[in-house]
Design a protein around this ligand. Structure first.
Ligand code: HMG
Length: 417
């Protein structure tokens, strides 16, 4: 039997504060419906300087290990996917290793390509295990980021922050990946970037949406070609994309998942045998199907709407939200996943939800993690945004959580709760 490799368990960490998106809209003199209906947002995580990519990654990884009884001596690789690292040289992964007192015998490194960095880490870990080089060991891949555009910018309502830690192994209780079917599309574009030394991203917002959709089309068509060849999907009464139980997208804001789904359906409708017999307008209408969006996409967006963009972790937050709600109903079913990173690269892959998904998700305490958060006013959010990145408040972290405490002689020092 072919070796099964994929995601065994996951855990999430979020900043302890959030702002209500309607409060933000009113403070900016914008109709709240633009942010709720127009972007699909409800709440937005607000990270303070003590909650950086290291502290969120360490908190998520610590939860993953504790709640799933992971034996660290069986972990041979620790990867952090991030585009908001804290040092040009020292890896976030090495901080996490030290904070969690993990063994010296594991590879530690970071992966970066905007929001795609987490998927790059997941694929490196999966292929390492599938190749046999891991010799039965597991990997931990943490996606951790703070999405920050700045006050009074068009990107402001699409900020957020958090981390998702994934245990990758030969026991994929959450998702067994279809290794070898992945489709990729990469292009050299300036749609979103963050020059060295800047805290805020620079973005050409509307162009970034078109780059995402263009790259999605290439990645999905690449996956579909292999999936058809392996008879995982087929041209028939339903479109190939409709044969996936759910499709998860990179979610910079929830409405983007709807646009992405329309684009994916358009690829199928254009390429279907006889598809060119219909008019472009008829195909666009069919691509926008509300029923298809409700059936395949909507149920994965609950956490994203309450946290905002988490760059590398966004799609994995959608996976957490989906399996938290539907883990047992989806057991044995195939889902598609579209990861996108600006700059840009998109990768479409698929996997089968494991029989142990509901049991594993019960250990992640998603509700509890969100319930502990504190709603802050727009004034408080603005105060936090103006704090210097190297001057965190001296707060004691909650048990099992980590915070940046101070920076001494350019060394970052973390406190553990
Ligand atoms: P904007 O220009 O202020 O908004 O910024 P808009 O005018 O495009 O309106 C947004 C939506 O609200 C539109 O819906 C409006 O019609 C609707 P759409 O036509 O797109 O379906 N709207 C309303 N709806 C109801 N009632 C109203 C109302 N008014 C308007 N009253 C933009 C939007 C997303 C461009 C901005 O927030 C931005 O720049 N965000 C950051 C960039 C981004 O998220 N890009 C996404 C693709 S790139 C990506 O995903 C990668 C990324 O995650 C980074 C990485 O890879 O590292 C960003």
């Amino acid at each position: 039997m072919k070796k099964q490799v994929g995601i065994e368990a996951l855990a999430i960490a979020v900043p302890r504060r959030y702002v209500d998106i309607e409060d933000l809209a009113r403070a900016r003199g914008v109709d709240p419906a633009k942010f709720t209906a127009g972007l699909g947002a409800k709440e937005m995580a607000v990270a303070d300087p003590g909650e950086d990519s290291v502290s969120l990654a360490a908190t998520a990884a610590s939860r993953l290990i504790q709640r799933n009884g992971v034996d660290p001596s069986r972990v041979g690789m620790l990867v952090v996917g991030t585009e908001t690292g804290v040092d040009h040289s020292k890896a976030v992964a090495s901080h996490v290793q030290g904070l969690l007192k993990l063994p010296r015998t594991m590879r530690t490194f970071d992966t970066q390509h905007a929001c795609y960095g987490g998927t790059a880490g997941l694929m490196a870990a999966t292929e390492w295990i599938a190749s046999g080089a891991a010799a039965g060991r597991s990997a931990i891949v943490v996606c951790s980021d703070i999405a920050r555009y700045g006050l009074n910018t068009a990107g402001e309502p699409t900020q957020g922050g958090g981390a998702v830690a994934l245990l990758v192994s030969e026991q994929p209780d959450l998702l067994a990946l279809d290794i070898g079917l992945n489709g990729v599309c990469s292009m050299d574009v300036y749609d979103f970037w963050r020059p060295l030394g800047r805290r805020e991203a620079v973005v050409d917002g509307h162009y970034s949406i078109s780059c995402y959709l263009d790259a999605l089309s290439g990645a999905y068509r690449g996956w579909r070609e292999r999936a058809l060849a392996h008879e995982v999907v087929r041209w028939g009464d339903s479109l190939p994309g409709e044969q996936l139980a759910r499709i998860l997208y990179h979610v910079p804001f929830c409405k983007m998942a709807r646009k992405a789904h329309t684009q994916l359906r358009l690829c199928d409708l254009e390429d279907a045998p006889g598809g060119q017999d219909s008019t472009p307008a008829a195909r666009e209408d069919a691509a926008k199907s509300q029923a298809s969006y409700e059936a395949q996409v909507a149920s994965s967006l609950g956490l994203n709407a309450r946290i905002g963009n988490v760059y590398t972790a966004s799609m994995y937050l959608a996976l957490a939200g989906l399996l938290h709600g539907e883990g047992s109903a989806l057991a044995g079913k195939r889902v598609g996943l579209l990861s996108y990173g600006s700059g840009c690269v998109a990768e479409f892959y698929s996997g089968v939800v494991g029989e142990g998904a509901a049991r594993r998700m019960a250990q992640t305490d998603v509700e509890e993690v969100l319930a502990k958060r504190e709603r802050v006013s727009v004034e408080e959010y603005e105060r936090i945004m103006r704090l210097a990145s190297d001057a965190p408040d001296q707060l004691t972290p909650a048990p099992g959580e980590f915070r940046l405490a101070e920076i001494r002689e350019h060394r970052r020092i973390y406190a553990a709760g």
